[in-house]
Design a protein around this ligand. Structure first.
Ligand code: PMP
Length: 412
């Protein structure tokens, strides 16, 4: 495995650089991933040879662009095991997917007094759209509590889901603690209350095999840029019966069937949701990223991340004053490690680590309710991906120890 990640790393030219006189160790993958050369080449080839608007033209370039765009949808469908391409909508990313949904579901499922269930570990993108919906409709937003080591408390999940619950929206993997949630079990619970099950898959799809049918999710959202693809492209998967029930929230070109003076009709799925010129190159780049991920294999990626984390944890645990958030059982998590060192502000820590060439993140990670729940204003976060080697893990630990020495003992 060590050898393989060294090999994979070579496919990412950006990683081969010196930052602050040190070789770059990029550990901010939960924020965004780097892109392999094949993805960059696909974008360039598209613009060099095939660029045209989709679905409208009969000329050769328009046909090429359309078929590449629609083939990309088929690649996504296969990757997440959706039943048909009609169930795969291209969006700008997870945030857009969840915002679309919260608006589209508003008129279909929520009445005043109804309940929406999320959890304390959600990203702001999976909190605020529901908060706004709850305010508009005088509905109630309820939070599933967490266990001491950062799992969803399933006992509490059963309590939070009531006969009034109409929407359950939960993250598949936490962007702070890396904990993997039992989505199938949660979907079964939600369905037993006749609620719609929405999943934020932003931190899952890049790191593990995801099968939307096996999970029985009604909707599943994710972003291309966290899985080796370009920014500005994402996906909203929805079961056909749901997508047929809800209305689009954006209107304009591309999504219409017939436009009259006072009324219009929509195209069939999936196009009724895709108003305006889509991110064509983004979809093509995402499909290329998926091809790349598939040649390595999602099981291999997941087990590589877990091996790196298992290698790291005992070393981190030896650092006095260091607290790690999230599950102790390393099989329940991906390559995301949130931590704090007593006496050092995470921002100072991340700045000092950058001086050692190690890119980690510090802050609330768009999870302020989780930070409050953990009684922490902020944490540092290192997030590993397929191209992070064991040597990266060693450099991370070395930089951490040097940083701690620098701040607490004044040594350089
Ligand atoms: N949900 C989770 C769990 C995330 O980690 C992120 C990205 N940090 C998002 C949603 C939002 O994704 P995007 O910014 O790509 O829309």
């Amino acid at each position: 495995m060590t050898f393989q990640s060294e090999k994979w790393k070579k496919d990412f030219p950006i990683l081969n650089q010196v930052v602050n006189d040190e070789p770059l160790v990029y550990l901010d993958n939960a924020a965004t991933s780097q892109k392999p050369e094949v993805v960059l080449d696909a974008l360039k080839t598209y613009y060099l040879t095939n660029n045209a608007n989709v679905h409208r033209g009969v000329h050769t370039l328009a046909e090429r662009a359309t078929s590449q765009y629609e083939n990309a949808r088929e690649t996504v469908r296969r990757f997440i095991n959706a039943r048909e391409t009609a169930e795969v909508l291209f969006t700008r990313g997870t945030t857009t997917s969840l915002n679309w949904l919260a608006q589209s579901l508003e008129d279909t499922v929520i009445e005043p007094g109804d309940e929406i269930v999320i959890s304390y570990m959600e990203h702001h993108s999976n909190i605020i759209p529901w908060q706004q919906l709850a305010k508009r409709k005088q509905a109630k937003l309820n939070y599933i509590e967490l266990t001491e080591d950062g799992h969803l408390d399933m006992e509490n999940a059963r309590k939070q889901m009531t006969e009034k619950t109409k929407i359950v929206s939960l993250t598949h993997v936490s962007n702070v603690m890396g904990v993997v949630n039992p989505i199938r079990e949660l979907a079964d619970l939600a369905h037993s209350k006749n609620a719609v099950m929405v999943v934020d898959g932003a931190q899952a799809v890049p790191h593990m095999p995801v099968d939307v049918e096996a999970l029985d999710a009604d909707f599943y959202a994710f972003s291309g840029h966290k899985m080796l693809g370009p920014t500005g492209i994402g996906v909203l998967y929805g079961k056909r019966n749901w997508l047929e029930r809800i209305e689009p929230i954006e209107f304009g070109g591309e999504m219409i069937d017939f436009v009259g003076l006072q009324d219009s009709t929509w195209k069939e799925l999936p196009w009724k949701f895709e108003a305006g010129t889509p991110n064509i190159s983004g979809a093509i780049g995402l499909a290329k990223a998926i091809d790349y991920l598939e040649t390595i294999g999602m099981d291999a990626i997941m087990s590589h991340e877990q091996e790196v984390v298992k290698y790291l944890m005992p070393k981190l645990e030896k650092i006095e004053g260091l607290t790690i958030y999230g599950p102790k059982n390393l099989n329940d998590r991906t390559g995301v490690i949130a931590f704090n060192i007593e006496g050092i502000h995470p921002h100072d820590l991340a700045t000092a680590m950058d001086m050692e060439g190690v890119a980690v993140r510090a802050g609330h990670h768009c999870t302020q309710p989780l930070m409050n729940y953990l009684s922490q204003p902020a944490t540092a976060r290192a997030s590993f991906y397929l191209y992070n080697t064991f040597s990266d893990a060693d450099k991370f630990v070395e930089a951490l120890i040097a940083t701690k020495e620098f701040f607490l003992n004044g040594l350089d």
